[in-house]
Design a protein around this ligand. Structure first.
Ligand code: ZN
Length: 259
């Protein structure tokens, strides 16, 4: 009996030691619920607020990546603050909306940070926006830029440009702070409802977080950079019926493996 007890204790100690060891060696990705990040770029505040009114019934949460913060009028700033209060994220999209790659090529990364990033953070913070994520204008990025911006932001979003099969799409969260979104504007060459449905199904079946982006939500499309509210309704309805979670960009920070 005593020997048996001793053996069991030793075995348990061994197990404990072993499990501590594996934890130390490898940061396990955290488990999370399948979901979607709906993000919108530029400064279409009035249309974002209209979309918010239409989609509130789904309990939706979105991320609005704002550029040219100092050109936005007081009533629109008020709307953005209200949306932040309701759980949407207000994130950065550049002080001037420069193409980061082109600007850095011509002026260097220090000038980029000084002219495009630092004044944006200062002004947004002054206006009470908790800016912790950034989306590249035109999705134009580089490893050098990712590295510099990593010091300022928790999550950095680019664009996934292709229309490949879902398992090859870059627009799913991949346990990295650099993420890519698929564009659901009506004018986007790879956009279609059946394809978005494929992307949503893949997220659901494989427990993934799908990242989507758009610009100006509208009822009727009249030009480029417009997302149909009908498209957004379709996505929200699917999410509700299939129990998918609404994430914001900065929510991903909590899901990153700890270093
Ligand atoms: Zn933009």
């Amino acid at each position: 009996m005593k020997i048996f007890f001793l053996k069991t204790t030793l075995f348990l100690m061994f197990l404990t030691l072993f499990s501590c060891e594996t934890k130390k060696q490898k940061a396990e990705p955290k488990a999370y619920k399948a979901g979607v990040i709906l993000s919108f770029d530029d400064a279409y505040v009035d249309e974002w607020a209209e979309a918010d009114a239409a989609l509130k019934k789904y309990g939706w949460k979105a991320t609005f990546n704002v550029c040219r913060i100092d050109s936005i009028g007081a009533p629109e700033i008020k709307k953005l603050l209200q949306m932040q209060k309701e759980g949407h994220e207000i994130a950065g999209h550049g002080y001037h909306h420069y193409n980061a790659l082109k600007f850095v090529k011509q002026n260097g990364i220090d000038a980029y940070m000084k002219q495009e990033i630092d004044p944006m953070i200062v002004s947004m913070k002054k206006k009470s926006f908790k800016v912790t994520s950034f989306a590249y204008p035109y999705g134009e990025r580089s490893d050098e830029l990712d590295k510099a911006l990593s010091k300022k932001f928790k999550i950095i979003r680019g664009r996934a440009f292709g229309g490949e099969a879902p398992e090859k799409q870059d627009s799913y969260f991949n346990n990295s702070k650099i993420v890519f979104a698929f564009d659901i504007d009506n004018s986007h060459i790879h956009f279609s409802i059946p394809y978005v449905l494929e992307l949503l199904d893949y997220a659901k079946k494989n427990n993934k977080i799908l990242l989507l982006c758009g610009h100006k939500p509208v009822r009727n499309v009249t030009e480029n950079y417009q997302t149909k509210i009908e498209t957004l309704e379709f996505i929200c309805k699917y999410m509700k019926e299939n129990n998918l979670k609404f994430y914001t960009l900065s929510d991903l920070d909590n899901l990153l493996p700890e270093n």
